[in-house]
Design a protein around this ligand. Structure first.
Ligand SMILES: [Fe+2]
Ligand SMILES: [Fe+2]
Length: 160
């Protein structure tokens, strides 16, 4: 199998970690998808196809992740849950609008830039602050420490 050596647009670092394995895994998976899209459009491979594909994967993954994150916050009794849920809901709408626009005007960077900025900003400013609270209030719950695979999407190996 051919392996590509490509500088990822987002390099995963421990600074992104919440210390909640299932959510950290989701974030890392999303970052892999963003790096895959970045890789494809920089090579100018059928960008419309990749925007479509990554949109579908990222949309599915984001919804799964948001639902998991919100249920853990609810379970922990996190006080800022409603605002956080609104951020997630707005993102799903904006993501669809920008992916559509990207395809219409044939500029994949519109969608790529949105994904890149939204996720980096959201993880750093909205997700990291709830980490200690949720960890503290779910310490006895095994789902919090559960990880599905210990591995991530195939892209991780390509971009390592
Ligand atoms: Fe979030
Ligand atoms: Fe998150």
């Amino acid at each position: 199998m051919e392996h590509y050596h490509h500088e990822p647009s987002i390099r995963w670092t421990p600074a992104f970690k919440l210390g909640i394995p299932i959510l950290d895994e989701h974030h890392r998976g999303i970052v892999s998808l963003i790096n895959a899209l970045d890789f494809a459009v920089r090579r100018d491979e059928n960008a419309e196809f990749f925007v479509n594909t990554i949109f579908n994967l990222a949309d599915y993954y984001a919804k799964l992740h948001f639902a998991t994150e919100e249920s853990l916050m609810k379970y922990a009794g996190y006080p800022d849950l409603e605002n956080h849920k609104k951020e997630h809901a707005d993102m799903v709408k904006e993501s669809f609008a920008l992916a559509t626009q990207s395809i219409r005007v044939r500029n994949p960077y519109i969608y790529l830039k949105f994904l890149h900025e939204w996720w980096i900003n959201h993880i750093r400013t909205c997700d990291l602050p709830y980490g200690p609270f949720v960890r503290q209030h779910t310490a006895q719950d095994s789902t919090v420490t559960y990880t599905e695979t210990g591995k991530h999407l195939w892209m991780d190996s390509c971009f390592a």
